[in-house]
Design a protein. Structure first.
Length: 319
């Protein structure tokens, strides 16, 4: 989840999702975080548990040396939200993901796989409050661990904080702006502007940006169609970055791996009951790049990959 560039425009949800108006029950886009306790919810607390599986088909490396890589992922997240006073909402989120990389060897990365199984854990806290009917603000911080099995835990850690404001031009159009500051593995601290929009274009159509997990951004923008009260279908374009520390006793001790891709996905979000949602996704990674660095962050090799299919399924429980 670390960002590989010092400055990048990112997208944040406005109006009931990651950094939206507190006390509003917006959907936040398919697979989004939801708006926390809504105005019609008598309970001051909300607990959300999400579990997800994802598979990316084999993608061929473009650089000399060839080979390919496929990835399977499993993840789970727990978020607890509670009202603070009349206008505030505090959310604590714990997320976990395990990735299994399958390299076709030999490849551009050598005779053996450069890495294998990766664990990622993040813990974050976000507070947001409504100033008046137009303005709101948000702030928070978090810590993330991303590393291969056998990596030194202390060398896998990064952290950061976020601060910003939201403005509702109308009930149909809202904007968010802010700044995310965070450390990175073997790179300088990043200062990342945040720009978000939530726009109800028509009765059943909405354009929304989305932070997929915690404050560590995997930004996307989605065009969402409400087929019915219980079913949303969306076309989503995102940008994903994964950076993780390698095994301290591996072939590249304490090295750093970097993965970036641009997925285009069709998402169906079905609310089976008031407390249970099922989310199915199919798409294509239209662009991707893998990079291998040594323990100081100096590049050893990198290669872009051909497009590959992406398929995922998730279940969300809300209480």
């Amino acid at each position: 989840m670390s960002m590989g560039r010092s400055v990048m425009v990112l997208l944040a949800t406005v109006g009931g999702a990651a950094f939206g108006q507190p006390g509003e029950a917006g959907k936040g886009g398919p697979g989004g975080a939801g708006g926390g306790p809504g105005r019609g919810d008598s309970s001051p607390w909300k607990v959300t548990f999400t579990t997800q599986g994802e598979y990316t088909t084999a993608a061929d490396f473009k650089a000399d040396g060839g080979g390919s890589v496929s990835v399977a992922r499993a993840s789970a997240g727990l978020a607890v939200s509670g009202r603070v006073g009349e206008t505030g909402l505090a959310t604590v989120t714990l997320g976990w993901q395990r990735s299994w990389y399958d390299f076709d060897s030999p490849s551009v990365f050598g005779a053996s796989a450069p890495w294998d199984e990766i664990n990622e854990i993040d813990l974050s806290f976000v507070y947001r409050a409504r100033i008046n009917e137009k303005w709101s603000w948000f702030g928070g911080g978090g810590v993330n661990s991303a590393g291969e099995d056998g990596a030194d835990f202390g060398d896998t850690l990064t952290g950061g904080g976020v601060l910003g404001v939201g403005y509702a031009f109308s009930e149909k159009f809202r904007l968010t702006g802010g700044l995310l500051v965070r450390s990175q593995l073997e790179e300088e601290v990043s200062f990342v502007p945040i720009i978000g929009v939530d726009w109800k274009i028509a009765e059943k159509w909405r354009l929304s940006t989305d932070y997929r997990r915690s404050i560590f951004p995997r930004p996307s923008v989605s065009l969402i169609h409400s087929v019915s009260d219980s079913l949303d279908v969306a076309l989503s374009v995102g940008y994903e970055t994964r950076v993780f520390r390698l095994d301290e006793d591996g072939t590249n001790p304490d090295g750093v791996a970097r993965e970036r891709r641009v997925p285009v996905e069709v998402i169906a979000d079905w609310k089976i009951s008031p407390n249970v949602s099922l989310n199915a996704m199919a798409g294509v990674s239209t662009w991707g790049r893998y990079r291998l660095d040594d323990s100081t962050g100096t590049r050893i090799t990198q290669s872009e990959v051909e497009p590959a299919g992406i398929f995922g399924l998730s279940v969300k429980l809300e209480f």
